[in-house]
Design a protein around this ligand. Structure first.
Ligand code: ATP
Ligand code: MG
Length: 633
């Protein structure tokens, strides 16, 4: 044995025969297509170590594309076993976006000044709405989120406005907006995240000399999670990898970014583009117990579009994944927190646990319960308090305004729901001073709005008083039905993406409202929770050992001893919109949802708990069809 493998062994890093084969195949294209937990990421990081430590390859000639910072970190740790830190720092490692951005901004620093980055969705939305107005699009009816998503999809697919033929009116509108959006960015020298990728691709297609330099500089490429690569990323890598020393690893069953243009056919057909590809399959699962592997395999087997793979568990243990049936999402949260608490008291570390969910909005109850429990937990920094969500916030603002008829902030928050402009706030303020009346009352007196709106406001304003005298549940009903809030939700409900629906938020809020008998108590609880969210988000960065709360998408590639999956019911996973597609005869998103569940289940090392609330969002819920299918009759 060479010193390299001895060193590995000493550090307890074992590789099986196939894994070693993949590590040692350094020259020429290599594909590792294998199931979850089979050690693909371990192969990738060890391979970099092997290349530098054993083969003395120049670290600067290696590009490693990882999905998470954690994987890059792991590689660095492993590398430090055989070589000094300085040499591993030479490896160019990171996500596609970070690596490509480094390249373009190096060559055209002024064009890629980070201050010109359009970081937020709302920046795009604002522009599109403005433009849409001049195109005669209905601001309230038009699906802006979908337009943003479609434009991004086109860009990642390297489809530029002139290449696209719209097949219907909506697509024509999207296309029109796409053109205007690109023009606007150009004029103002803005760029978005997708432009980083396109910019890099274009840099190399435009400048043959520069491309050649990079082709010489980078001789080795390693890419993790290759099932989620999209066209612009793939084409750029193909340009760069003239050496053909390209090692890609992935699992088509874990492709979960179709909405961003990911296409698993790149991994499945990799050897067509690179005919000399050596294919290594890994069929041992080193992460999870036998029972967990068996059920995850059974779930994914129902997908029609997939490459057959076998997976054997190495870890044995009798514990089967456990289904549990709380009454609703409140009890779901209580049961999970109670369970974790007991286990932690009995010696488990909080970082053994992860709670995974389909969408951020599903984390509301568990977040509250955990906050109250005092257990340490961490949550994605992009998680916003449930009560800060646009729809929720404005619905609550109705209650606040009923409570304090001069609450300026509340009035500001309800204006969009009444389809009023922010300038109406100034009008109301002026009237309240001139006529010495409450702000809320002034609302019914503002002029220079459409007559039908004025009429609506006159009917609506007196209702604020009625909100105080009833239970929170009834108050929400009044806001929704009598004060026109449901129109707003119908027209403007989506929270910046297609899977998080405003109508779900309303139903979630009603679930919380049920627990309180007065509007006052309800509002006090909400204020408490908003304050705690800010506090917890700050705290959660400090905890060294913390329970992990995460969406399934963000848990990709990671592993935890014990995993709870929330709301494994139809409408949860699979998500409602996938079920809607099924009703229209389209099974693509259903299969993607199944892959999501597969990803979630395969994060668990020792124990897996699937929660099946009997009621969700105030309605009866049913066990997810994905699990139902695999249960013995
Ligand atoms: P995913 O598809 O979820 O990204 P993966 O294929 O990348 O999974 P890894 O994360 O590399 O899998 O490995 C899963 C777990 O198994 C890790 O804890 C890893 O350290 C461990 N492992 C990998 N190979 C071996 C091995 N030969 N012997 C023991 N443990 C291993
Ligand atoms: Mg991995």
């Amino acid at each position: 044995e060479s010193p390299f493998w001895e060193q590995l062994l000493k550090k307890n890093i074992v590789l099986d025969f196939s894994q070693r084969e993949a590590v040692k195949h350094v020259d020429g294209p290599l594909l590792v297509l294998a199931g979850a937990g089979s050690g693909k990421t371990r192969v990738l990081t060890t391979r970099v170590a092997y290349m530098i430590g054993e083969q003395k390859i120049d670290p600067r000639s290696i590009m490693l594309v990882t999905f998470t910072a954690k994987a890059a970190q792991e590689m660095k740790e492993r590398l430090s076993l055989y070589t000094n830190r300085a040499s591993m720092n030479g490896v160019v490692a990171g996500t596609f976006h970070s690596i490509f951005y480094r390249i373009v901004s190096h060559h055209e620093p002024s064009r890629w000044n980070h201050e010109k980055l359009l970081k937020w969705e709302w920046q795009k939305e604002q522009f599109l709405k403005q433009t849409g107005r001049s195109l005669g699009l209905d601001e309230k009816e038009f699906p802006w989120d979908e337009a943003i998503q479609m434009i991004s999809y086109w860009k990642n697919n390297l489809q530029f406005p002139n290449d696209i033929k719209a097949s219907n009116k909506t697509e024509e509108d999207y296309l029109h907006l796409y053109k205007e959006y690109e023009q606007w960015k150009k004029t103002n020298e803005f760029f978005d995240f997708d432009d980083m990728l396109i910019g890099c691709y274009e840099l190399f297609t435009r400048d043959e000399n520069l491309l050649q330099k990079y082709q010489q500089r980078f001789q080795y490429f390693l890419i993790d999670e290759f099932q989620d690569i999209n066209k612009v990323q793939y084409e750029t890598i193909k340009l760069l990898a003239k050496s053909k020393n390209l090692c890609v690893v992935g699992d088509d069953d874990q492709s979960i970014y179709a909405f961003r243009g990911s296409d698993p056919s790149y991994i499945v057909n990799f050897d067509r583009d690179f005919p000399t590809t050596k294919v290594v399959t890994l069929s041992e699962n080193y992460r999870s117990t036998h029972a967990i592997v068996a059920s995850a395999n059974k779930v994914i087997a129902h997908n029609k579009k997939r490459k057959q793979k076998s997976m054997n568990a190495q870890v044995d243990n009798k514990k089967s994944p456990l289904l549990f049936f709380p009454h609703d999402e409140e009890e779901e949260a209580t049961m999970i927190v109670q369970d974790m608490k007991e286990r932690i008291e009995n010696g488990d570390n909080p970082n053994d646990f992860a709670i995974l969910y389909r969408t951020h909005s599903a984390a509301r109850a568990i977040f509250e319960r955990l906050t109250q429990s005092g257990l340490p937990f961490s949550i994605d920094q992009d998680y916003d308090s449930f009560y800060n969500r646009r729809i929720v916030k404005s619905m609550i603002a109705f209650l606040r305004l009923s409570h304090d008829k001069n609450d300026v902030k509340a009035l500001t928050d309800i204006l969009p729901a009444l389809f009023l402009k922010q300038s109406s706030l100034q009008d109301a303020k002026a009237i309240s001073i001139l006529e010495d009346c409450d702000l809320a009352v002034a609302l019914s007196k503002i002029s220079n709005i459409a007559p039908f709106q004025a009429k609506k406001l006159k009917k609506l304003v007196p209702l604020f008083s009625s909100l105080q005298a009833v239970t929170p549940t009834v108050a929400l009903e009044i806001i929704e039905k009598d004060m026109g809030f449901s129109d707003y939700v119908k027209k403007r409900g989506n929270e910046g993406n297609m899977v998080e629906k405003g109508s779900d938020d309303v139903r979630d809020l009603k679930v919380v409202a049920k627990k309180f008998s007065t509007v006052e108590d309800f509002l006090a609880h909400i204020d408490d929770m908003i304050a705690k969210t800010t506090e917890m988000k700050k705290l959660s960065k400090q905890f060294k050992d913390a329970i992990r709360l995460s969406t399934i998408h963000r848990a990709k590639g990671l592993e935890y001893k014990k995993v709870y999956i929330l709301s494994v019911v139809d409408g949860g996973i699979p998500h409602d919109f996938a079920l809607e597609d099924v009703r229209n005869g389209d099974y693509h998103s259903l299969e993607e949802e199944r892959r999501l569940l597969y990803v979630a289940m395969t994060r668990a090392k020792e124990e897996l708990f699937l929660s099946v609330p009997q009621n969700r969002r105030g309605k009866k819920a049913y066990l997810s069809r994905f699990i139902k299918q695999i249960l013995p009759n």
